[in-house]
Each structure stands twice: as structure tokens, then as C-alpha cells.
Design a protein around this ligand. Structure first.
Ligand code: AP5
Length: 215
């Protein structure tokens, strides 16, 4: 079995997966693979992938499994892919989780731990509709919870899918299609529950401790 730190960040839209993945990736020199970021870049660049994905994303629906699984397969099997990695936003259906299990067994890797960042659903609307992201650096802010000290230093934008209607649909889709993965990974004894409604540094410390316990 090959060595390395292999993490999945599971959690509802706005739970803090991207925020935490950025910090933890730096700490463990890990590749941060965010399917959402990959898809948004493809939409910006108007590639075939972006053109296919945009409608689903704007409506708050999931992009079809086959597209996403192919994209992850390409990354994980590329020769120069780093030994340590974090998946943020993948898997999010049972079919994706099963495909990942299959892929990991093909490349002789094992998940270190699946971090389920748990935040009560009623906090998520503010987190998402007030989120702003920097176009240049990818840093994630929130106008209420985590405002930038000097906004003029950043090129801030609001994601198209952070409008209230799309957010409501994303939360429904999460509950129906992604939340069942919590039990899937709990049954595999790979799950760590992380309380996500604490200060960001406290969430990071809880994630770090869960990772250290499984190394
Ligand atoms: P994706 O980009 O993955 O979005 P998501 O899962 O909905 O998650 P978010 O990025 O919205 O939230 P997050 O948990 O990363 O929270 P963040 O750290 O930003 O997916 C977008 C779309 O792409 C999907 O809807 C789908 O169409 C498609 N897609 C992607 N992956 C796919 C897949 N595998 N299969 C099919 N389709 C796929 O934090 C949120 C806010 O909260 C920020 O403002 C932040 O500053 C703030 N915050 C964070 N932590 C805290 C804290 N502790 N306290 C207070 N505020 C906090």
C-alpha cells in the first residue's frame, strides 16, 4: 500500500470545506483537489467541460457522475500527482464514492480519514450568500463572519450559485444525494465528525487532530 495523506472533506454547501482545505493542504503539502474550483475554472475558460457543467451549477444541481469521475480519475492517475492529497467536494453521490473506492484499489492507495464538517443547516444561508472569493488568490471571505481587512487589496466576486434560490436547491441536493455518504464512510470506519460551527481556527485544530489520530 503506498504511503501518503489522503483526505476527503465532506459537508454541506458552506460547511467550510474549501476554507479548511486551503489551510490543511498547506500544512501537509497536499494537493487540494476541489471539483467545484475545477468546474468554475472550466466555466470561466468556456471549455467543453465548462459549457456542459454551467447549467447544472447555476441551478444548484450536480454535474453528471460520469463527467466528475473521469475528471478525478485523470488527476489521481497522472504520473506527477502529489503523494498527499485532499478531495474537497468529491465524492458527493454513492456512485462517486464507489468509483473512488475502485480507483484507489487500482492505484494501491487508502483513505486516511473522511472529515465530515458538520454545521446546522440554518447557519448555511448567511455563510453562502455573504461569501466573497478573491479572483486572483482564491481566498475565501465572508462579509459577516470573515471580512477582508483591506477589501481594496482583493478582486472579490460572488459565485453565481450563491443566490438564495440556487443555495436552497444545493441544500436539498446535499441532503438527498450527499448526506448518505456519512453513513457509507462510517460503516467503513473511516469517518471523523468535525464540529463546523466553531471559530475557523478551532475547526482546523479538530481536523488536524483527527488526521494525526489516523496516521
Ligand atoms: P462546490 O464548489 O463544491 O460547492 P459546495 O459543496 O456547495 O461547497 P461550497 O464551496 O459552497 O462551500 P464550502 O464547504 O467549501 O464552504 P467555504 O469554505 O467556501 O460545488 C459547486 C457546484 O459544482 C455544485 O453545486 C455542483 O453543481 C458542482 N459540483 C462540484 N463537485 C461536484 C461533484 N463531485 N459532483 C457533481 N457536481 C459537482 O465557506 C463558506 C462561507 O462560510 C465562506 O464565506 C467562509 O468564509 C465562511 N466560513 C467558513 N468557515 C467558517 C467558520 N468556521 N465560521 C464562520 N464562517 C465560516
Amino acid at each position: 500500500m503506498s504511503k501518503g495523506i489522503h483526505l476527503i472533506f465532506l459537508g454541506a454547501p458552506g460547511a467550510g470545506k474549501g476554507t479548511q482545505a486551503q489551510v490543511i493542504a498547506e500544512k501537509y503539502a497536499a494537493a487540494h483537489v476541489s471539483t467545484g474550483d475545477i468546474l468554475r475554472a472550466a466555466v470561466r475558460e468556456q471549455t467543453a467541460l465548462g459549457l456542459e457543467a454551467k447549467g447544472y451549477m447555476d441551478r444548484g444541481e450536480l454535474v453528471p457522475d460520469g463527467v466528475i469521475i473521469g475528471l478525478i480519475r485523470d488527476r489521481l492517475t497522472s504520473a506527477d500527482f502529489p503523494a498527499n492529497w485532499i478531495m474537497d467536494g468529491f465524492p458527493r453521490t454513492l456512485a462517486q464514492a464507489e468509483a473512488l473506492d475502485q480507483l484507489l484499489s487500482e492505484i494501491d492507495q487508502q483513505l486516511t480519514v473522511v472529515l465530515n464538517i458538520d454545521v446546522p443547516l440554518d447557519l448555511l444561508m448567511d455563510r453562502l450568500t455573504l461569501r466573497r472569493t478573491c479572483r486572483k488568490t482564491g481566498q475565501i471571505f465572508n462579509l459577516k463572519f470573515n471580512p477582508p481587512a483591506n477589501p481594496e487589496d482583493y478582486d472579490l466576486y460572488q459565485r453565481d450559485d450563491d443566490q438564495p434560490e440556487a443555495v436552497s436547491r444545493r441544500l436539498e441536493v446535499y441532503t438527498a444525494q450527499t448526506a448518505p455518504l456519512i453513513d457509507y464512510y462510517r460503516q467503513q470506519d473511516r469517518l471523523a465528525d468535525i464540529q463546523g460551527d466553531q471559530a475557523m481556527a478551532a475547526v482546523t485544530a479538530a481536523i488536524d487532530s483527527a488526521v494525526q489520530t489516523r496516521l
